[in-house]
Structure formats: C-alpha cells, structure tokens
Write a protein that binds this ligand. Structure first.
Ligand SMILES: Nc1ncnc2c1ncn2[C@@H]1O[C@H](COP(=O)(O)OP(=O)(O)OP(=O)(O)O)[C@@H](O)[C@H]1O
Ligand SMILES: O=P(O)(O)OC[C@H]1O[C@H](OP(=O)(O)OP(=O)(O)O)[C@H](O)[C@@H]1O
Ligand SMILES: [Mg+2]
Length: 285
C-alpha cells in the first residue's frame, strides 16, 4: 500500500481532501479520523499536522505527502517537491508599521517575529543581516502591537490580516508558496511503490487539468480552419471531423478555461458557429 500524508487542519486540509476525493480516493468522513485505508486504490492516508508532514516523509516512514512549499522549506527536512497543486497560494513577506523599514537591509539589530523561523533565519543569514528571530505559533500580526517584535515575517494572501493590524509589507517577497506533493530527497525508485506513486501523480494532474481546461466544440468553414486551429491548438492537436454540409468541419479542442470566453469571441469573429464549451470531469494526459 502507498502511504500518503495529508494535512489534518488549517488552510491546506479542506482543499487537499477535495482534490483527493476528485481524484477518486476515499477520504475521511469526519475531521477526527487519523487514518483512512482505501483498499480499492491500495492507498493508506495519514492525517497529520501540515508542519509535521515533511518530517514524516523525509524519515521514509511515509512515501509521499501533501504540504505547503513554505512549510517544507521551513522544516529543513530532506524531502523534495514533486508536483505543485495550485491551491493555498500565498506569499511570505516582511511587514511592520508604516515607515519601520524599506527593505531587509534595515533589519540589522532588530527583532522579527514569525512562525517560520527556518525560512526567516536562512533568508537573513544569506543576506548577511544580523537580526533576532522570535518564534510564535500564530496570530503573528499582534506581536508588534504587544511589543514582542518590531517586524513580522508571515504568510500573506489577501493582505486583510496585515491591514487589520495596521501593518504594511516591505522589501522583496521572501518566497511564494502553494500546496505541493513531496517525497524523500534522492530516494531510489522502489519497484513496488514507484508505479503507485506515478499513478497517484497522474490522477492529481488529471484533476488539475480538469479544473483548468474546458472542452470546446465549434463548426467552421474549411477556408477558416487554419485560423481557427491557431486559436484552439489543443494539447496535442485538435480533432477535425467533416460535417454533412460540404465545406464545413467540426473542431474539438481543450482550451484553458480562463481564456474560453475570449477564444469564443475570436472564433465567432472569423465565422465559426455553434461554439460551445463543456466541463472536463477527469482526464489522463
Ligand atoms: N490565508 C492563507 N491563504 C493561503 N494559504 C495559507 C493561508 N494561511 C496559511 N496558508 C498556507 O497554509 C500552510 C500552513 O498551514 P497551517 O495549517 O500550518 O496554518 P494555517 O492554514 O494558517 O492554519 P492554522 O493557523 O489555523 O493552524 C502554509 O503552506 C501557508 O502558506
Ligand atoms: O493575507 P490574508 O488573506 O489575511 O491571509 C494571511 C493570514 O492567514 C493566516 O492566518 P490564520 O488565519 O491561519 O491565523 P494564524 O496567523 O494564527 O495562523 C496567515 O498566518 C496570515 O495571518
Ligand atoms: Mg495560520
């Protein structure tokens, strides 16, 4: 059985469970379950604290795990990213009261509060800045008002938490993060688990593609086909079928969902008709 670590709480937990469910895996029914065995797919899921997942995976006790890129780097664990998953996107940044600092070069001799001590200490050391780092478990924004630190380094998504605390980001972003699949670094591919790992990754990739692409169908005149195909090149190449009406063809291709409306407008402009899109529920590329 493939042994997989899944976040049990926090921002990663809900979307990770949804993605695994969409990929056809059995998931826990209530949030207190620690382990789920999915015998059909020969997979066992362990629900663990997101921060601990890289440690379990690097120890080799679990084959792969889902965590945040920032958590992986912060842990310093010997594990590597093998697939980005596109959710729990955030940026890790310095912030303080307006006017506190313009960049990292102003942080010498000051105190930075953070839940990601590993990332912050390494970033400061890389740039030769000698600042103290105070570790806090969460609600780091409040550390400034309460005088524990002058500066914080934290996860920023919408910026609402910072605004509510009267803080502003400064300097370059420290890193960009999102949910990722990880495995032990430099692990020798194992004959029995490797095919299962690859199947798991293909399933998740299928979900990512189904979420970001739609299927587009339309009819167009043969003379317009080259222009139409340039607008909808598809992943390999579009399917083109003859229509009963001579001089017309039907075209079918996958297009990025974000661009679907613009592509439909452009196709209409060059004379394509009966343009429609349908959702993709699952796929293997
Ligand atoms: N508001 C957010 N938007 C997007 N991603 C976030 C957000 N807050 C945290 N993350 C991401 O979630 C991961 C941290 O998960 P973790 O469960 O440790 O903290 P959390 O989501 O803040 O939950 P909690 O603080 O309730 O324990 C990191 O990868 C981080 O980048
Ligand atoms: O930019 P925003 O959209 O406001 O999101 C970022 C905030 O979300 C997380 O906090 P969470 O609610 O998890 O509380 P925590 O600080 O205690 O972890 C993170 O630590 C930031 O504080
Ligand atoms: Mg949090």
């Amino acid at each position: 059985m493939l042994r997989i670590a899944v976040p049990n709480k926090g921002s990663l937990s809900g979307p990770a469970g949804d993605m695994l469910h969409e990929a056809g895996y059995q998931q826990r029914r209530e949030s207190k379950e620690l382990r789920v065995v999915d015998p059909t797919n020969e997979v066992e899921f362990f629900y663990l604290r997101p921060r601990d997942i890289a440690i379990y995976v690097s120890s080799g006790k679990l084959d792969i795990g889902i965590t945040g890129r920032d958590l992986l780097i912060d842990s310093g664990a010997d594990a590597e990213e093998i697939l980005p998953l596109g959710f729990a996107r955030s940026t890790f940044r310095f912030a303080g009261r307006p006017g506190t600092a313009d960049g990292i070069e102003d942080l010498g001799g000051r105190t930075v509060a953070t839940s990601y001590e590993g990332i912050v200490a390494a970033h400061l050391a890389d740039r030769g800045v000698d600042a103290s780092v105070v570790h806090l478990d969460g609600a780091v924004e409040t550390a400034i008002e309460l005088g524990v630190a002058e500066v914080i380094a934290d996860v920023v998504e919408t910026g609402t938490s910072l605004r509510n605390a009267g803080l502003e980001v400064f300097g370059e972003p420290i890193m960009k993060s999102e949910a990722i699949v990880i495995r032990r670094s430099g692990a020798e591919p194992d004959e029995t688990t490797e095919p299962k790992v690859q199947q798991f990754l293909r399933r998740l990739q299928g979900v990512l593609v189904a979420r970001t692409y739609v299927m587009m169908d339309y009819d167009c005149r043969v003379e317009q086909l080259e222009k139409a195909v340039a607008l909808t090149p598809g992943l390999e190449s579009p399917t083109v079928s003859p229509l009963h009406n001579e001089g017309w063809v039907a075209v079918r291709a996958m297009v990025p969902s974000k661009e679907a409306q613009r592509i439909m407008d452009d196709l209409y402009e060059i004379g394509a008709r009966a343009i429609l899109t349908t959702a993709i529920h699952a796929c293997r590329l």
